[in-house]
Design a protein around this ligand. Structure first.
Ligand code: ASP
Ligand code: MG
Length: 413
């Protein structure tokens, strides 16, 4: 007998029919004799709708009341799922985050879990019940309802799996797992059977939005092994865990494309100490997240600095940079929105060389120009023209032979 934590995302509980399907899946596992803790999201679209309602009433609703409102989304699905299980004659009970003993700090709408006391939860498990917990929520020490940030049900599931020392943690969603690339962009992308926390974090940060990044960080910290899989069929998904030696043999695990970037260049910047600090301090103070930065080799005492920001922050970045450029006597500012950032990610890069060469070669052969480059221990990113982004992703995916990874039955989809 194992203790299993399962999380069902919004699309898996999107309507009563799907909730019944989820209940049937749970019933099968329960009849095998396992103890089950089920974490649910709000039905898809509900959280967005609740936020809209709040904004219609008041442009800046109080965080406390917004959390009271948002928490109702998950409460709806937990009660409906409990009822669906009852109709299958499965003993089930639903608990809010607070009832499940999840205590958070007081930062409303993005609270951090402080501790979990799952006493009540354990009692229900002991009594042989399936325990359904509302994801994405907790309460402060003084009893105010809080929520854990968008996508926070993942965090609830990982945190409960950690504190209960669950034997298995499964994140059920509407995709088959984590893929070597976005299958909508790269048709021969394959499902990854195993991925390390670090790779998963990079892929999440780079825009493959399978899971909330904070949850993956939490899982890494508490060594929670979990599986991301589809609630629409029974095929295995992607297991996320600490790196194994085997994993290091694969140099590149996946290719991601981020089309939400814009590029800003300050030309003719005087090349002297403190200038970069000046520019980037101002951007940081304006809360603008700068991603890649490139500074050219200086000529005649001036240089060019190029950096990327999210597209929606470009206008603000320009407003912050323009007065500084004037003040330091830079020549001009240029910007470009039609760019994309392509990245290859893999922990194998720590021990293998030649990854950059292969990447650049593949792009060059396809006639794609590289505008900017940045690297980290397990990632290489390049900025390319947006018009060639999809082609770039495909040729790079092919160059690293990601379309033919693993055995056919582990490639899903
Ligand atoms: N319902 C919340 C959201 O939409 C939390 C979740 O689904 O994980 O962000
Ligand atoms: Mg989600």
């Amino acid at each position: 007998m194992s203790l299993i934590v399962q999380k069902y995302g919004g699309s898996s509980v999107a309507n009563t029919e799907r909730i019944r399907k989820v209940a049937e899946r749970i019933a099968r596992v329960w009849r095998e004799g396992h103890k089950l803790v089920i974490v649910v999201s709000a039905m898809s679209g509900v959280t967005d709708r609740l936020i809209e309602l709040a904004r219609e009433i008041c442009p800046e609703p109080s965080g406390r009341e917004l959390d009271v409102l948002l928490a109702t989304g998950e409460q709806t699905s937990m009660a409906l799922l409990a009822m669906a299980l009852h109709s299958l004659k499965i003993p089930a009970v639903s608990l809010t985050g607070a009832q499940a003993g999840i205590v958070t700090d007081g930062s409303h709408t993005r609270a951090k879990i402080a501790n979990i006391t799952p006493k009540r939860l354990r009692e229900h498990l002991q009594a042989g019940q399936v325990v359904i917990v509302a994801g994405f929520q907790g309460q402060t020490e003084t009893g105010s309802i809080t929520t854990l940030g968008r996508g926070g049900s993942d965090l609830t599931a990982i945190a409960l799996a950690a504190v209960l020392r669950a034997d298995l943690c499964q994140i059920f969603t509407d995709v088959d797992g984590v893929f070597t690339a976005d299958p909508k962009i790269v048709p021969n992308a394959t499902k990854i059977s195993e991925i390390s926390y670090d790779e998963m974090l990079e892929m999440a940060a780079l825009g493959s939005k399978v899971m909330q990044a904070r949850s993956v960080e939490f899982a890494k910290k508490f060594k929670v092994v979990f599986e991301v899989r589809s609630s629409f069929h029974d095929k295995p998904g992607t297991v996320v865990r600490e790196a194994t030696e085997d994993m290091e043999n694969v140099v590149v695990r996946g290719v991601t494309l981020d089309r939400d970037q814009a590029k800003l260049t300050i030309l003719g910047v005087p090349d002297r100490p403190g200038i970069a600090a000046h520019i980037f301090t101002a951007l940081a103070e304006a809360d603008i997240n700068v991603d890649m930065i490139v500074q050219n080799v200086s000529q005649h005492g001036t240089t060019d600095i190029t950096f990327t920001v999210r597209k929606e922050e470009l206008a603000r970045a320009r407003r912050v940079t323009e007065p500084i450029a004037a003040e330091i006597g830079a020549r001009e500012i240029r910007w470009e929105e039609a760019i994309a950032k392509l990245s290859v990610v893999g922990i194998g890069m720590r021990s293998h060389s030649g990854v950059a060469a292969k990447l650049f070669h593949a792009l060059a052969q396809a006639g794609i120009n590289v505008q900017m480059i940045s690297t980290s221990e397990i990632k290489i990113s390049v900025v390319v023209d947006e018009a060639s982004a999809i082609k770039a992703a495909r040729v790079v995916h092919d160059a690293f032979e990601l379309g033919h990874q693993g055995s056919p039955d582990s490639s899903g989809g």
